[in-house]
Design a protein around this ligand. Structure first.
Ligand code: NZQ
Ligand code: ZN
Length: 392
């Protein structure tokens, strides 16, 4: 096991009936000038917007709406302007990962005087870790990214075809996780979110440290939770146990705990962020298409990985058998079948990516921004990345 430091100060308030009683004080403790950030119409349709506004009636609310999926840098620019003009004390983000990710960068951008894209690419001397950050309270409405308890954000710049990860010094101050708020999430987004959770676990399970049984066991248990509950949530959108398990599993999958003591990993996210950057597709859907193709490529390229895939097959999918290669291959097929059963289009043409025009640029972008040739579970070079896109 590698050395590690783990610190995470996000306060999680999990469960039903908490928002109406607690949101006011949770926000107001940081000040009375609030930037309320949200996406499209989902929180208005569900009534959540009215509930929040009622509770915060005595505070000064500035609104930033219209944060799109795969949040764009222009929204951050708008948020920066509002945060500065109104001298915002606290941000309240209400929505999915895109809304919370955008809010985290706005929280830093209030204290930066130039273009906030610098904060994402760390250009022009910009360093988010050294900037102050407005405290962030969030109400999560979609189980997927884990952003509610981590330091990361992923921001897109359509002009440059870049979708890049960035980290700030703080995770959210308080995250409200009420599973009933996810009852209205569509089948498409429920499937995509569940795949995102599964992918976060896969990316961290297949890493360079082979002796961290604490991590492996936690990840295997969390994977079994997604595998069990995603189909239930799709069939019965208002099944509390399904929504609650997906929500807490999503948070646990990417709050840094399960990767503590491990080194390396993470390939498919780098490849997927390029798909979203060029084609603006749903993150989890891109992961669902690429993941089994990456797995096929890994065991074909590096036979030493078969043992780990066999462990994955036995512990996660309960595949019996003595021959590691057979169990490993069955595990990849079972993973493919589970993803497909969630209702995904399982090919790139299925999401309207019908030719290879951008594969070369995407492969170069993925390797550059995610160092896939250095830190990936099995190093990925340009031709490898192109072959994984082609196989998809
Ligand atoms: O905009 P609204 O109207 O709110 O609709 C959203 C949006 O259209 C809708 N939605 C959210 N909650 C809903 C709902 N619809 C009905 N009922 C509800 N309760 O769902 C759509 C997608 O929302 P989005 O926030 O984009 O989804 P998600 O939470 O999956 O976030 C995806 C983004 O997070 C990034 C992804 O790359 C992508 O940009 N990621 C962030 C990570 C992080 N910060 O740690 C890690 C991840 O790997 C990921 O890259
Ligand atoms: Zn993800």
């Amino acid at each position: 096991m590698e050395n590690f430091t783990y610190k995470n100060s996000t306060e999680i308030r999990f469960g039903t009936d908490r928002i109406d009683n607690e949101i006011h004080d949770a926000v107001a403790q940081f000040g009375d000038k609030v930037l309320l950030v949200y996406g499209g119409q989902s929180i208005k349709k569900s009534g959540l917007y009215d509930r929040v506004i009622d509770q915060l009636a005595d505070l000064q609310i500035t609104e930033l709406s219209g944060i799109e999926p795969n949040p764009k840098i222009n929204s951050i620019r708008e948020g920066q302007k509002l945060a500065k003009e109104n001298d915002i004390d606290v941000i309240l983000a209400v929505g999915g990962g895109s809304v919370i990710d955008a809010s985290k960068v706005i929280a830093s951008a209030k204290f930066y005087d130039s273009d906030p894209w610098d904060l994402v690419v760390q250009a022009n001397g910009a360093d988010r870790m050294k900037l102050d950050q407005v405290p962030l309270v969030d109400i999560l409405t979609l189980s997927a990214t884990g952003t509610e308890m981590n330091f990361g954000s992923v921001i897109s710049n359509p002009e440059t075809h870049q979708k890049l990860g960035t980290s700030g010094p703080n995770s959210p101050a308080i995250s409200f996780l009420d599973p009933t708020l996810t009852y209205t999430v569509s089948k498409w987004q429920t499937a995509a979110g569940s795949m995102d959770i599964m992918s976060h676990l896969i990316e961290q399970y297949f890493n360079h440290t082979t002796t961290n049984d604490a991590s492996s066991g936690m990840i295997e248990g969390l994977m079994r939770s997604v595998i069990k509950w995603a189909p239930v949530a799709l069939k019965e959108p208002e099944n509390y146990d399904a929504r609650a398990n997906l929500m807490w599993t999503a948070t646990m999958a990417l709050n840094g705990i399960v990767r503590s003591g491990n080194e390396g990993g993470w390939t498919v996210h780098g490849l997927e962020h390029e798909l979203s950057a060029y084609y603006d597709i749903t993150h989890g859907v891109g992961l669902g298409i690429l993941t089994p193709r990456w797995m096929d490529w890994v065991i074909a390229t590096e036979p030493k990985t078969v043992a780990r895939f066999a462990q994955f097959g036995r512990q996660v999918w309960n595949i019996q058998g003595k021959d590691d290669t057979e169990v490993a291959q069955a595990a990849i097929k079972t993973t493919y079948d589970w993803i497909s059963s969630l209702g995904f289009p399982m090919t790139l043409p299925g999401v309207d990516i019908k030719d290879e025009t951008n594969f070369e640029a995407m492969a170069e972008g993925a390797i550059k921004s995610s160092a896939l040739d250095k830190v990936a579970y099995v190093p990925v070079h340009k031709e490898d990345a192109i072959s994984i896109y082609r196989a998809s």
